[in-house]
Design a protein around this ligand. Structure first.
Ligand code: HEM
Length: 404
């Protein structure tokens, strides 16, 4: 009998690690209690299924809803996004964006990201002096990551809070158990996003030469119009920018907020923010330990055997990246944040054809922000924090910080 994991139980969602460890002792596969979904909990199986063409990201089906049903909006929007597309449509959307997100091109943003981090930390200092505390998530992290992604894609900086709001709508709608569960609302979020992008592209503000958007994804396209030809249609260009803007917000905010909380509360790590050096190993371990995109949902499209169980087409399959990243068969002391860990084959950015396109940006911005934060607040402490219980994402709703 396969172990059962109760995703409706808030205690499990807040801290799933013990239950996942018990499930891994019994094997690679578990069942989601009360739901027709299998959960893959081992690193080896998750890694191999991420690359397996017999399972697809198409985890919902729009079939069964009438053409004028509000849910159709959701399915139409979602079908246009690269994350939900299968080959060859997936490559049409991903390939034109790939070089713009390469490690080499992302490095050019380091200086601007550092300036944005310094600005955020100045604001944090001011808040901590003038009021008793600061909500790191709402007041610092969200504006910072939104400003970064606006800069990278080429959107006006003043729109960052608008974009953060649209992203949140989409994310809330992705959680089948969330209080705000409403896929139609997620559809609305996508529509708002697309309308916004259409307007921006029509305004053409990013096509002006030597403007503030010159060094950006859209600025590059404007300067090399032949690159635009790589997109099959303007709808594809819009959906790719929407994808970058939305995927680049939430996960990076979660990883930054969770990292700051851990570095302030984990007794063995408190020196890192006092006088520590922020190494790439440390950043990678923070991604493994927190795994902000904790579950990715798939559907079986051709019969497949997983850990001795034969799964039929149509079967829902949840790959638990958060469990894979604590697998004791791959990581020593997996439940510990261990910055001396050198070999770290974590799956926080997924794998296979949908491997995170923003990985270099995510690494750069977490490292730069922590470098700027280190040494600034020797007396910083966590007053309280509220976890976000979204099924797909792990993160914080708030993180209240003050000076002792
Ligand atoms: C800590 C930060 C981040 C984490 C943990 C993360 C995680 C992930 C994961 C796990 C996937 C694969 C999902 C799946 O297979 O179902 C993914 C895909 C993706 N991510 Fe990220 N991501 C992060 C930051 C970013 C950023 C900053 C961007 C963009 C600027 C971005 C853009 C994308 C895109 C476009 C995809 C879809 C790729 C495709 O379908 O080919 N991500 N991400």
């Amino acid at each position: 009998m396969l172990p059962e994991l109760d995703f409706r139980n808030l205690a499990f969602r807040r801290d799933p690690h013990e239950e996942y460890a018990k499930a891994r002792e019994k094997g690679a596969l578990a069942k989601a209690k009360g739901l027709d979904a299998y959960v893959v909990v081992s690193h080896a199986e998750c890694e191999s299924l991420l690359k397996d063409p017999r399972i697809s990201l198409d985890h919902f089906s729009g079939a069964g809803f009438s053409a004028d049903h509000p849910m159709q909006r959701y399915f139409q929007m979602r079908d246009g996004l690269m994350l939900f597309a299968n080959s060859p449509r997936h490559e049409d959307l991903r390939n034109p964006a790939r070089s713009a997100m390469s490690s080499r091109l992302i490095r050019r943003y380091e200086e601007s990201i550092r300036e944005l981090a310094q600005e955020a930390i100045r604001k944090m200092k001011q808040k901590l002096v003038t009021s008793e505390s600061v909500d790191f998530v709402r007041e610092i992290s969200v504006p910072f990551v939104s400003a970064v992604i606006c800069k990278v894609v080429g959107m006006p900086a003043q729109d960052h809070s608008l974009l953060a709001g649209m992203t949140q709508k989409v994310a809330d709608g992705l959680d089948p158990f969330g209080a705000s569960h409403d896929l139609a609302q997620a559809g609305e979020g996508y529509v708002e996003f697309q309308d916004y992008m259409r307007e921006q592209l029509a305004l053409g503000c990013w096509t002006q030469e030597a403007n503030e958007f010159a060094d950006s994804f859209l600025g590059d396209l404007a300067q090399c119009p032949h690159m635009l030809g790589d997109f099959k249609s303007s709808a594809d260009l819009i959906s790719t920018t929407v994808m970058l803007l939305s995927a680049g917000h939430l996960t990076t905010n979660h990883s930054l907020s969770l990292s700051v909380r851990s570095l302030l509360t984990d007794s063995s790590q408190q020196n890192v923010l006092k006088d520590g050096t922020i190494t790439p190993h440390l950043v990678e371990e923070l991604f493994r330990y927190h795994t902000p995109a904790q579950i990715t949902r798939r559907r079986v499209t051709q019969e497949v055997e997983v850990a001795g169980n034969v799964l039929q087409p149509g079967q829902a399959l949840w790959l638990s990246l958060v469990s894979a990243n604590r697998d004791e068969n791959v990581f020593s002391n997996p439940q510990e944040l261990d910055f001396s860990r050198k070999k770290n084959p974590h799956l926080a950015f997924g794998g296979g054809q949908h491997f995170c396109l923003g990985v270099h940006l995510a690494r750069l911005q977490l490292r730069v922000f922590l470098e700027e934060l280190a040494g600034q607040f020797p007396k910083l402490r966590v007053e309280d924090s509220v976890d976000d219980h979204n099924l797909v994402f792990r993160g914080l709703k708030s993180l209240r910080l003050s000076l002792t």
